[in-house]
Ligand binder design. Structure first.
Ligand code: WQD
Length: 338
């Protein structure tokens, strides 16, 4: 019986696929490779010592997806596939709604018609909107400030409505805080296309000489050092959270369970930069600019529900994150292209 991982060639998906393979699961990766390199599959086979089948498919293509699910006898699904750039979603809302909602609906319909009822959904702390005070708990009302965030809010609602209509579903909604870091081998990591939107990959590219400085978006926030505070969670901890979530879905009677996957601790932009300088031995030149529209001052999780229900807790430190991210970036300065 196979676990289907949509978006499994992506950053979080690939780290999760590796942990599933290392746990002797049979995995099928469905990815259109629009935002991931095919070399990721080679690295997964190298690290796991196992073949990793890939179907290059747009998950919105329900007919092809159904055929693949039949061929591989898919029994449960991890759904990572989706467009995820906040700024891009503001410029291209229809593309984001069509792709993220369309692919999810096609996937759910393919599952529904095949008695597949276990699904883990890749959601985001972005669903807490701009007014949430930290630590953030799962019961908070959801909202968004951009089309990308709204697709996550809407998909969560679709999943809850589906589970009401058919309580045989077992759905895990995982709300990630700020995923960062890389596999300790230095063979898997974050490989954003173009200019990184997110902080850590940008810092790593400065350290390796691809960018000449980091722009800090605002140092006048109501935080200890004036820069934004976030809950940076190691991608390996995040991947392990998915393994725990699957185990939970196989045993629970709850149709839908929602979990924050975060450390419960906040780290500022300047603190993260300093940690990366320690890990890399490189100086990160910074320039302070205006706040970035849509940014909030502080965001970090209350992860106690995941700890008590999933038996999962983030274990890696900011220094682990920075040393693993630096090993990845310094050994793969141009990402997976090499
Ligand atoms: C973190 C902090 C920035 C870049 C985003 C998405 C969210 C989720 C995670 C998908 C902030 C500061 C950043 C830079 C900076 N993604 N920063 N200079 O905004 O918390 O969350 O990624 O689900 O949906 O919104 O992460 O890494 O972009 O920013 O100063 O070049 O770093 O202002 O304080 P964010 P981020």
């Amino acid at each position: 019986m196979t676990i289907l991982v949509t978006g499994g060639a992506g950053y979080i998906g690939s780290h999760t696929v590796l942990q599933l393979l290392q746990g002797d699961a049979d995995v099928l990766v469905a990815d259109d490779l629009s935002n991931a390199s095919p070399r990721v599959l080679d690295r997964l086979e190298e690290l796991s010592g196992r073949p990793v089948p890939l179907v290059r498919i747009d998950v919105s293509d329900g007919a092809s997806l159904g055929d693949v699910m039949d061929e591989y006898e898919v029994c449960e699904v991890l759904h990572f596939a989706g467009l995820k750039a906040v700024g891009e979603s503001v410029v291209e809302p229809l593309r984001y709604y069509r792709h993220n909602l369309g692919s999810t609906l096609a996937l759910l319909e393919a599952c529904q018609s095949r008695e597949v009822r276990r699904l883990v959904f890749s959601s985001s702390a972005t669903v807490y909107g701009p007014d949430a005070t930290s630590p953030v708990t799962e019961g908070r009302q959801t909202s968004a400030t951009n089309p990308y965030g709204w697709t996550k809010v809407m998909i969560e609602q679709i999943l809850r409505d589906l589970a009401v209509a058919d309580p045989t579903w077992r759905i895990g909604i995982l709300r990630y805080f700020n995923p960062v870091g890389a596999h300790p081998s230095g063979r898997l990591g974050e490989d954003p296309q173009g200019v990184p939107n997110n902080l850590l990959p940008f810092v790593a590219q400065v350290a390796v000489g691809r960018r000449d400085h980091l722009t800090i978006f605002g140092d006048d926030y109501p935080t200890p050092d004036g820069t934004g505070v976030r809950d940076f969670i190691h991608v390996e901890d995040l991947a392990r959270g998915h393994v725990h979530a699957l185990t939970h879905l196989r045993a629970t009677e709850e149709p839908v369970s929602t979990f924050n996957l975060g450390t419960g601790a906040g780290t500022s932009v300047r603190e993260l930069v300093a940690a990366f300088e320690r890990a890399s031995g490189r100086t990160i030149p910074v320039q302070v600019a205006e706040r970035r529209p849509g940014d909030i001052a502080i965001s970090y999780a209350d992860p106690s529900v995941a700890e008590s229900v999933l038996g999962w807790k983030a274990e890696k430190t900011i220094d682990d994150i920075c040393s693993d991210a630096w090993r990845w970036q310094s050994r793969n300065p141009e990402g997976y292209t090499a």
